[in-house]
Design a protein around this ligand. Structure first.
Ligand code: HEC
Length: 431
């Protein structure tokens, strides 16, 4: 995939920054008297002179020696005000343009030279590479994927507890290679392995209780069946959850559920929308809703699910119905009735915005198709019933007819997203 390799080079260069060298300007106090003095004495000293010092600034005695920090700081302000046309104030007569030009040119040149000189004597404020956390975050901001690269990169040193200090963020040959590996993984994270494999699953309350092997324990204790609907009176435990079927691939899914609150004199009950991964983990709540009483109504929500994850609905209550010693059918307190839960998706656009950002309109083809094309052989037929597992062994790859030109065009379009050194990429970068 030559086009992917081209991107690696561009992205790994992100970690490094080059500093430019500037030429040394010549020093001359005589030029100060010729270029700056006339403007100051003619247009500034009324307010920044011996008698009056507006803003505490005196200019007639401000020396031309830019190597003094305080003096330099004042000349920087003067240059800024002159360049912005803010001094002298608007109500005063404008100095002739050639005087302004002469002064600003001298000041810019000398200030730059003084700053360079200072840098050489005291050392520059060093530009540094991103540390690995910053690098990972920047990749995520730029590409819009949740790629993880920390495990590929050598651990950063730290100085006095800080891991973003230039002096200890070294950049060895190993770093360069590892940053390239990381960039490759990041680029690949934007390439889908397969077209969206559509999934849809609906479960009635009754079917949910039949799916969990341990549901029998909870049934008739914290919940009950009423027809095909499940009525929940206490928060359901991990081993008997009111949930959709697990999804076969990562993606964003559309969930619909039919539910209502039950119980005498009630307006609504709180319910938690959660996700759970197969295995011993606890469900994680991502939203809470009030479910109204009356007839069951359909509630819809979109949720990101990883392969094998399920959508879970639970009753948000700390009350334990076991305190009610009588049979559950006699209970008339608040409860959450769930008729069914349906999940379908993934609903993400294909290919993803992340892919578009990197590869534009470069088409995706199965690797086997690409190989056959290259050999001039007969093209394999890809069944539209292919499962995610089958796709994993013959994934999609970007297919560019002109990798060089495409890479050039796409990288040019991509680079403006990279923030200037020192600025975070931010969400704005991913548009
Ligand atoms: C009519 C009075 C007046 C004249 C003439 C005048 N200034 Fe000012 N200057 C002010 C006042 C008032 C302030 C403070 C308010 C402001 O910053 O706008 C100020 C602020 C400044 C500051 C900002 C100081 C600081 O610490 O923020 C600079 C620099 C400056 N003037 C430069 C000049 C220069 C250079 C000239 C001549 C080309 C000039 N001024 C002419 C009235 C004047």
């Amino acid at each position: 995939m030559p086009i992917v390799r081209k991107f690696n080079a561009a992205l790994s260069a992100l970690a490094m920054t080059l500093a430019a060298q500037t030429a040394r300007a010549e020093d001359s106090a005589a030029l100060f008297n010729a270029n700056v003095k006339p403007l100051i004495s003619g247009h500034c000293t009324d307010c920044h002179g011996e008698d009056v010092q507006k803003a505490g600034l005196r200019l007639d005695t401000l020396p031309a020696d830019l190597h003094d920090d305080a003096v330099m700081a004042n000349w920087v302000k003067v240059l800024d005000k002159l360049a912005a046309g803010e001094m002298p104030p608007k109500k005063r007569q404008r100095p002739p343009q050639n005087e302004i030009n002469a002064a600003t040119q001298w000041l810019s040149r000398e200030l730059r030279a003084a700053s360079l000189d200072r840098q050489q004597k005291r050392g520059r404020v060093v530009l540094r590479r991103l540390n690995i956390t910053e690098y990972e975050n920047t990749l995520r901001d730029l590409l819009g994927t949740q790629v993880q690269v920390k495990d590929l990169l050598p651990e950063d040193n730290s100085a006095a507890g800080f891991d973003n200090v230039s002096a200890v963020l070294d950049l060895s040959a190993t770093h360069l290679l590892r940053f390239q590996d990381a960039a490759e993984r990041a680029v690949l994270s934007a390439v889908p392995t397969h077209p969206p494999v559509q999934f849809s699953n609906a479960r009635s309350g009754r079917e949910m209780t039949e799916n969990g092997p341990n549901f029998r324990q909870t049934l008739s204790r914290s919940c009950k069946l009423q027809g095909d609907a499940l009525v929940i009176y206490s928060k359901l435990p991990r081993y008997g959850l009111c949930s959709s079927g697990p999804v076969p691939i990562d993606g964003r899914y559309h969930v619909q559920l039919s539910a209502c609150a039950v119980g005498e004199g009630l307006r609504s009950v709180p319910a938690a929308f959660m996700t759970v991964q197969n295995g011993p983990e606890q469900p994680v709540t991502f939203d809470c809703r009030d479910i109204p009483v009356g007839k069951p109504s359909v509630i819809e929500v979109d949720v990101d699910l990883k392969r094998g994850q399920q959508f879970v609905l639970n009753y948000l209550s700390n009350w334990d119905i076991r305190i009610f010693k009588k049979p559950i059918d006699e209970y008339t307190g608040p409860g959450l009735m769930v008729e069914w839960i349906k999940v379908q998706g993934p609903i993400d656009p294909f290919p993803s915005p992340s892919y578009r950002v990197l590869f534009g309109d470069v088409p995706l083809k199965a690797r086997s198709v690409l190989a056959a094309e290259a050999r001039g052989a007969r093209l394999p037929v890809i069944s539209d019933k292919r499962t995610a597992d089958q796709w994993a062994s013959d994934p999609l790859v970007p297919d560019s007819a002109n990798p060089r030109q495409d890479a050039d065009r796409l990288i040019r379009a991509f680079l403006p997203r990279v923030p200037p050194a020192g600025q975070p990429a931010g969400a704005a970068a991913f548009r």
